[in-house]
Write a protein that binds this ligand. Structure first.
Ligand SMILES: *Cc1c(COP(=O)(O)O)cnc(C)c1O
Length: 398
């Protein structure tokens, strides 16, 4: 946590909590570092579904080559918040209305998920043209990863064996230009695993293109760069990844590569800050009940992990009774929901935790608020604060 962030949180009153604080300076520096680590010929897109907060999009638009959207809603949102940016539109089950929205302009690449989608597109095109990538579910051995979306039965993308039928449709229709292949096979990969995957994908793609006589110019390698919630300091090795991608671009000189990470870009800049409302014991276990809960930050419930956090001690206590506290023992941090699933961190050892202390949950910048079930129990929504980033000045201040 930067000192500015700590100070901001310290100045908030209890009724300002819970709050999501987005550190825009942190995001800006992180995105710039990712861009710097990547070779020129690798395009960096951001997968908007990880977190599409407009202020974050505004910061990111300075660093990325474009945005990947996965619905008509996201498409509309990104077109409004980042006018003129490049957009790739993917995702399963696109409706005819969404395809029509994509065709009306502003979408550079449409990721085709099925043969049915190609048929729909053909019927909608009229005089228009469209640039597409075929999303392929490749039979690649991935090893144990957090969320595998390919290489096994999956609703995403096309089986390699079904590509021929798509190629036949495309051959008959010059309005649909096949630019290349899209894969997004897994999430939670480290740099070595992701590079291994990328190498296998590129080998497959060039052999396939040669074999079928397809002029392949682009491969989108997807997202899924890993975030370690148990070790927030251990980050995806963008430098090693960039160096590996450079080697791959040299081996495949005719190809433009693109990646579209979401989580690993925005996760670190977001904090969910709240306070301990109650601290009690049950069957020998300490429970801290926090203002808010998984209806604001669903990530630990969906991923079944302990959300990492920092305790920000609050030293004032003006109640006439003894302040409830836990000391040198494991505590389970729960929210205000009437369900045993409302757990943010389970049996985490603390030196000391008291009613009124504040808790800042880290890694809350991606798949956090936007995947949560906000309406459950009708508690108030959190506030959203954005810590502005100071403009980076090239020279001394005038
Ligand atoms: C979700 C998604 C991404 C981003 O994945 P992260 O794990 O957030 O990096 C990229 N591409 C596609 C097609 C996706 O569905």
């Amino acid at each position: 946590m930067r000192p500015q962030l700590l100070q901001h949180v310290a100045e908030l009153g209890a009724e300002d909590l819970p709050v999501y604080v987005y550190d825009l300076q942190d995001l800006s520096e992180h995105a710039a570092a990712i861009r710097t680590a990547l070779p020129e010929r690798v395009e960096l897109f951001y997968a908007a579904k990880a977190n599409s907060d407009p202020r974050l999009m505004d910061v990111l638009s300075d660093h990325v080559d474009g945005f990947e959207v996965a619905s008509g809603g996201e498409l509309h949102h990104i077109q409004r918040t980042c006018p003129g940016t490049a957009i790739a539109f993917g995702g399963p089950g696109k409706t005819p209305a969404e395809l029509e929205q994509a065709l009306q302009g502003g979408v550079d690449r449409l990721h085709i998920e099925s043969e049915q989608e190609l048929h729909l597109l053909t019927g909608l095109l009229g005089e228009r043209t469209v640039d597409v990538l075929l999303r392929v579910n490749l039979p690649i051995a991935l090893g144990p990863v957090a969320l595998a979306m390919g290489g096994r039965p999956s609703p995403f993308g096309l089986e390699p064996g079904h590509l021929d039928r798509c190629l036949a449709l495309l051959a008959d229709d010059p309005r649909i230009r096949l630019r290349g292949i899209h894969v997004h096979l897994a999430s939670g990969l480290d740099a070595t695993a992701h590079l291994d995957l990328a190498g296998q994908v590129l080998t497959w793609a060039s052999e396939w293109a040669d074999h079928k006589g397809v002029g392949l110019t682009e491969v989108n390698l997807g997202g899924g760069m890993g975030v370690d919630y148990a070790r927030p300091d251990r980050r995806f090795d963008w430098a090693a990844f960039g160096a590996g991608l450079r080697r791959l671009t040299e081996e495949h000189p005719g190809l433009t590569l693109r990646i579209e990470p979401g989580r690993a870009v925005t996760v670190y800049c977001g904090w969910y800050v709240t306070e301990v409302l109650d601290l009690k014991r049950s069957h020998g276990h300490a429970f801290a009940v926090l203002r808010g809960g998984t209806h604001h930050l669903r990530t630990p419930a969906t991923k079944q992990h302990n959300q990492p956090f920092r305790i920000l001690p609050a030293d004032t206590w003006d109640r006439p009774w003894q302040r409830p506290q836990a000391q040198d023992e494991p505590v389970t941090l729960v929210g205000q929901l009437c369900t045993p699933k409302d757990v943010l961190a389970r049996e985490v050892h603390v030196q000391r935790l008291r009613v009124g202390d504040r808790i800042a949950f880290a890694l809350a910048g991606a798949y956090a608020w936007n995947i949560s079930h906000h309406e459950f129990l009708m508690h108030p929504a959190p506030q959203f604060h954005h810590l502005d980033h100071a403009p980076v000045l090239a020279g001394p201040h005038p």
